[in-house]
Design a protein around this ligand. Sequence first.
Ligand code: KMH
Ligand code: ZN
Length: 270
Amino acid sequence: MTTPLIITVAAVGAELTLEQQPNLPITPEQLAVDSAACAEAGASIYHLHVRDPEGRPTMDVERFRAAHEAIREASDLIVQFTTGGAVSDGPEARLAPLELRPEMATLTTGTVNFGDEVFLNPLPLITRIYERELEVGVLPEFEIFDAGMIATADRVYREYESDHHRHYDLVLGVPGAMPAWSDSVQWLASKLPEEATWSATGIGRNNQPVAVAAASSGGHIRTGFEDVRYLEPGRLATSNRELVEQVAAIATSNGRPIATPEQARNILEL
Ligand code: KMH
Ligand code: ZN
């Protein structure tokens, strides 16, 4: 049977501003509406960053708590917290929301240039976040912005003698990180452990080509305002739902059924 395709929606992010995207979901009420619409369109994972009332990125635990509750009341989506936050967030802030024990959380396994800035992930911080994720029973998703991060993910997994399911997200096209070359998705995927699952996301204009490459090579897809603003050149997306619909159509045209949240939980062994 063809493996159903899991759609992750990275709905908020830390970089996009309200000026750039007035429909960015910020309040718990907006997140509830947004998550329900994305679930209806085929998403099964909601990758979550939160904002303060002015729309600035924050790692405030109470904002995460309210958002987490609102999304879970509105949908059956798997909620995946960021541990990356914004490039300006320090280790304590990035770790704090894990106390809320979401089903999943991210783990970026290396430092990378991030536009004009640096997304700092030295090994001691990686292991600290990983250890905390294991301690609270959260499934990590390894965020791979560059090839060396695959090796570091393997390293921490082995060092902790882990046996959880390994799921990766290949993030392609961040300026300064791994570009979305035509063979990037297949090449990176070929370096992952055999039994692992993976999604891919292309930043900005790379979003659709990367989605096609992922759908046609057995992977899963991530999309959402965090990664992409335009449905096509000159046509701004007005909701995360539209972006989910776009990649759901790509999946279907590549012969991949869309995973329900329940199927996604089975695939990820949650
Ligand atoms: N905002 C980026 C610096 C994650 O969510 O884990 C990091 C990021 C990764 O978004
Ligand atoms: Zn993120």
